[in-house]
Design a protein around this ligand. Structure first.
Ligand SMILES: [Zn+2]
Length: 147
């Protein structure tokens, strides 16, 4: 059970559900230099299952920074806060774009710790957003579909 792997069918379903965008930083797969990962929102090491409600599409950067973490101390409230959960939360309720759509702003404690730990405003990602915005390809027009 613990060795359960993500099936090809699950990979396809997760990528489609996410509209081929990273579910954290909203990077678009079609403009990515590296393939995206199907990640376990709750890591397998913490008992997370390989099921669609625990899987998300993630770019390599977000996936690497998230690693096996699920929570962080919010510097403003001082509380330990769980990261954004793509299956349980709505992106727009926890994040917003700044005026020129280059930076993700955390609107809530959940949003803030996720921006910080996953480094949603990494230099390369920010620069790519700027370039894509200038040609009308950012932000991704289609936000996550409601389940
Ligand atoms: Zn990402």
């Amino acid at each position: 059970m613990s060795e359960q792997r993500v099936t090809a069918q699950q990979k396809k379903a997760v990528a489609q559900r996410a509209n081929q965008c990273c579910e954290y930083c909203r990077s678009q797969l079609r403009f990515a230099m590296q393939p995206f990962s199907i990640e376990h929102i709750i890591p397998k090491s913490q008992g997370g299952e390989t099921s669609l409600d625990n899987l998300a599409l993630s770019c390599q950067g977000c996936n690497n920074h998230k690693y096996n973490k699920t929570e962080e101390i919010d510097k403003i409230s001082g509380n330990i806060v769980l990261f954004y959960h793509p299956r349980q939360h709505k992106w727009q309720e926890h994040f917003a774009w700044n005026n020129d759509f280059t930076l993700v702003i955390g609107l809530t404690p959940t949003g803030r710790v996720t921006v910080e730990v996953l480094q949603l405003n990494r230099d390369g990602v920010v620069n790519l957003r700027r370039v894509l915005y200038s040609i009308g390809e950012h932000p991704p027009s289609d936000v996550l579909k409601d389940e």
